[in-house]
Design a protein around this ligand. Sequence first.
Ligand code: FES
Length: 167
Amino acid sequence: MNCEATKCQCGCDQETDQQKYEKIAEIIAKYKNQAGSLIQVLHAAQNIYGYLPLELQRFIAAGMDKPLAEVSGVITFYSFFSTQPKGKHTIRVCMGTACYVRGGKKLVDRLEDILKVQVGETTEDRKYTLDIARCIGACGLAPAMMIDDVVYKQVNPDKLETILAKY
Ligand code: FES
C-alpha cells in the first residue's frame, strides 16, 4: 500500500505513517520529562505503529533526548517489543510444562511447516506471526494455543489447517 503524506492512496481508513508519527510525537512530548517513561513511550509507539523499526527508534531517541543505543537496548531486552512487522493474527503456541509434555513442540513444528516461518517470524503475506507462550491458563487441556484472543485446547496437530482456515 502506498501512502502519501496525509491520505492513504488506497482510500482505506488506515492512518498514514505521518499520522502515526504525529501521534507518537504527542506521546513523547507528554512523557519526555518523566523519569523512567521510556518503556511506556515504546509501548504506546508499538501500539500505534505495530512494531519498532530502526527509523522509529531514532525518532523516539531524538524526541526523548536519549542515545539510540539506550532505546534499542530496552527494545532488545524485553520480548514484548518487536522490531519486525507483525501479522494480522498472532498465533501463540503454549510451551509451558504441561503443554510441552503433551505435544506443544509438535504443534510448533507443524505450524512452522504450514506457515513456512520460524517462531518469531511473520508470514510473507503478513497474515500470521508465529510465537510461543509460557502457560496460557489451560494446562488441564494441554496442548493449548491462542490465535489472537481465542484459546484452542487439546489441539491436535492434524487439525491445525482446519483451525487456520477460519482466519
Ligand atoms: S502449560 Fe500450557 S496452558 Fe499451562
